[in-house]
Ligand binder design. Structure first.
Ligand code: HEC
Ligand code: HEC
Length: 641
């Protein structure tokens, strides 16, 4: 036996010994062992762990002959290598997809390195006819061909071959049909419905299989935020009573929409192979208000989704995926109670769609761990540019906090060529629109140009919502004068400063959002030139934009990060503005002009504390020294904008 084969033998026995370091504890004390691995007993029962131990013991017996005499039994020796590499592949998959993945890395390292080392020893030590080579595969095919030729005279061979080809064809077609076939997009008659429910074309990673969408809030009820409505509405997603109306719209998708209201505003139903849902612009740019708690919510299209819990929604999906109940058996049982799936469809859900959804979500969860080091965003807010910085462009995490209010996007035509985004970093509406699409998960390949254009054309002339309560005309007239004197130069369309940046030293508001948008990110945006995603207009500024304040009454809570709950509070000196208030409640307070932010707003509301980093309520002291009577007049006028 030569040196290489002796090494093969030594490493082989080391591997066998290592196997026993799993087999013995798995058989003898599975509970302790599971705890050491970080596996809760709900994930793996002792019985299954023992079972794995016994199987590995049986497998290890087959390692023995090849390990003892690789020269005599080269095929068995090669089987050892194959078996190690196969296990390594399995560990790799678990490490990537399982929440417990990191605990399994030692197994991956062990089987992977044993497989490689054993393979090298065999390749060096065996005589040439037993080494791995392309000739192996060539021989394999040759043997197959020879077998078929030899058996050709026998009718059974032909029948078997034809049956095989047919089976592969049928299964291939079904798989294509269930996973990849594209269906036409749902055609909504009105632009408004298209805005609320139409797809702009996101990539596969940003879609959730529809049948999962239907059941997740039920199966994982316990994970929904407390004190909020049930189902997806728990995250502030808006469920219109009868929308999307016409079930026959879904006819072309081959979906029987028999389940009543199925989609909240801001989500589109599509079918590529299987039905799935994806968010659109309305998720973040449509809100509601109520005149009183007992009223039905009124939907404000194009307005900030001030009650949307984007972070909570994302965390819910991640937490579902990481839960042991996110498995094909549990989820298919829940789906079965609502939908009739064929056996092959079920099989695809079991082996492909559900596992892929799970691993997709867990991959996103890992990519978003940076968010845990930032203060919670709460309702109606999100971190705008850090996801692009860290997750899309892979720039280093600089620890900045970029949390902002979701803005209104009506009246876009009047905003052409204004420097917008809260820090005034881009003056091109097409670029702002495409940047938004990219941020939600569209790629240059996935975006549906006609559909996207219909959305962005719609918001060009979408008017802001009219103030829905009474306005005292005499007060508003007096307020108009005050507005002209104190505010218009920065906030009225057509004025020179509107859509320009006021330096941070002058505006004095919280600077975290400003600092989170960096020159490095500007440079990276400029190099992204895959049409139609071109972002050449970005620049780094040193302040916040003098934003047009059309629809002012509905933009509450105010400022780029929502740190001031009402217009009345915005007109107070910072020290007199509320230091703690509650967001996410949509009953409107027509006196102070903003959403009710205490009392009933506490239930399920987000406790907004201005002492938290990124939440500061300083600055923008314009109008704060006016007499109270003037402030009330000014507010009355602001309601008319
Ligand atoms: C995940 C939530 C989200 C979605 C979905 C979303 N946006 Fe936005 N959008 C934002 C946030 C947050 C900002 C504010 C960015 C900033 O300046 O920090 C913004 C800003 C904008 C602006 C600039 C507004 C201004 O005046 O400064 C436009 C225009 C816009 N979005 C259009 C769109 C379009 C079109 C879509 C659909 C393709 C879309 N958005 C989807 C969150 C979203
Ligand atoms: C020198 C320019 C300037 C003047 C004058 C000015 N503002 Fe502003 N305003 C800004 C800037 C800049 C912001 C954005 C600051 C931020 O979000 O951090 C802003 C934000 C606002 C917002 C919040 C908009 C939103 O969507 O949340 C309101 C409301 C507002 N201003 C009202 C007023 C009123 C009322 C006056 C007059 C009493 C006034 N402003 C005077 C520059 C100005």
């Amino acid at each position: 036996m030569n040196t290489s084969l002796r090494w093969f033998r030594r490493i082989g026995f080391l591997g066998i010994a290592l196997n026993f370091s799993f087999i013995v504890p798995a058989l003898a004390m599975p509970d302790m062992y599971a705890t050491a691995l970080g596996l809760s007993s709900s994930v793996y029962s002792d019985l299954w762990l023992r079972n794995a131990g016994a199987l590995l013991l049986a497998l290890t017996l087959f390692y023995l002959p090849g390990t003892l005499h690789p020269g005599r039994w080269p095929w068995l020796a090669w089987m050892n290598v194959g078996s190690r590499l196969l296990s390594a592949g399995f560990w790799f998959w678990l490490v990537r997809t399982s929440p417990l993945g990191p605990n399994l890395k030692p197994m991956l390292a062990m089987d992977g390195s044993l497989g490689v080392l054993l393979g090298i020893c065999l390749q060096c030590g065996l005589p040439s006819e037993h080494r791995a080579s392309f000739a192996w595969f060539a021989r394999g095919f040759h043997a197959l061909g020879a077998g078929i030729r030899a058996g050709w005279g026998h009718p059974g061979t032909k029948v078997t071959l034809v049956a095989l080809i047919l089976a592969v064809g049928v299964l291939g077609y079904r798989t294509w049909y269930d996973l990849l076939k594209t269906y036409p997009e749902v055609a909504y008659a009105s632009d408004e419905d298209h805005f609320k429910y139409g797809a702009i074309g996101l990539s596969q990673d940003s879609r959730v299989p529809y049948y999962l969408w239907e059941i997740l809030p039920e199966v994982f009820k316990d994970k929904l935020p407390a004190g909020r409505p049930s189902g997806w509405a728990a995250f502030g997603l808006i469920q219109e009573p009868q929308k999307p109306v016409a079930a026959d719209l879904y006819g072309p998708l081959g979906i029987k929409a028999t389940q009543g209201p199925i989609l909240p505003v801001g989500f589109a139903l599509r079918r590529i192979g299987f039905p799935s849902v994806e968010p659109n612009c309305a998720m973040c740019h449509t809100g509601t208000y109520r005149a009183a708690a007992e009223n039905d919510p009124v939907v404000v299209v194009g307005g900030p989704a001030h009650a949307l819990g984007l972070q909570a929604f994302q965390q819910f999906l991640f937490s579902c995926a990481a839960d042991p109940r996110f498995n094909s058996v549990t989820l298919l049982a829940a789906i079965g109670a609502k939908e009739k799936l064929g056996w092959y469809e079920k099989l695809l859900y079991r082996v492909i769609i559900i596992p892929a959804a799970r691993s997709g979500l867990l991959t996103q969860q890992a990519a978003f761990t940076w968010q845990q080091s930032r203060p919670p965003q709460g309702w109606g807010r999100t971190d705008t540019f850090n996801p692009t910085k860290i997750n899309v462009f892979h720039l280093p995490d600089d620890g900045t906090i970029g949390t902002t209010n979701l803005p209104a996007i009506w009246n876009q035509r009047a905003r052409e060529n204004l420097w917008l985004h809260w820090d005034g970093n881009n003056d091109q509406i097409t670029q702002r629109n495409y940047a938004a699409a990219m941020a939600v998960g569209a790629t240059p390949e996935s975006v549906l140009p006609a559909s996207f254009k219909r959305v962005t054309d719609y918001v060009l002339d979408l008017p802001p919502p009219k103030y829905p309560f009474d306005i005292d005309a005499a007060k508003a007239d007096r307020g108009k004068v005050l507005y002209q004197q104190n505010c218009a130069e920065c906030h009225a369309f057509g004025e020179k400063k509107v859509g320009q940046v006021t330096d941070i030293s002058e505006i004095g508001t919280d600077r975290h959002r400003l600092d989170s948008f960096t020159q490095a990110l500007v440079d990276r945006f400029h190099t992204f030139t895959t049409a139609p995603f071109i972002f050449t207009a970005y620049r780094k500024t040193n302040g916040y934009s003098d934003v047009p304040i059309d629809g002012c009454w509905y933009r509450a809570p105010y400022l780029h990060h929502g740190a001031v709950p009402t217009l009345w509070d915005l007109l107070q000196p910072p020290a007199s503005r509320p230091a703690v208030f509650y967001t996410g409640y949509d009953v409107y307070d027509p006196v102070k002009a903003g959403f009710v932010h205490d009392g009933p707003a506490r239930t399920g509301g987000f406790r907004f504390d201005v002492a938290v980093a990124g939440n500061g309520n300083s600055g923008h002291t314009f109008g704060t020294t006016l007499p109270d009577a003037d402030k009330w007049d000014l507010i009355e006028y602001l309601k008319t904008l």
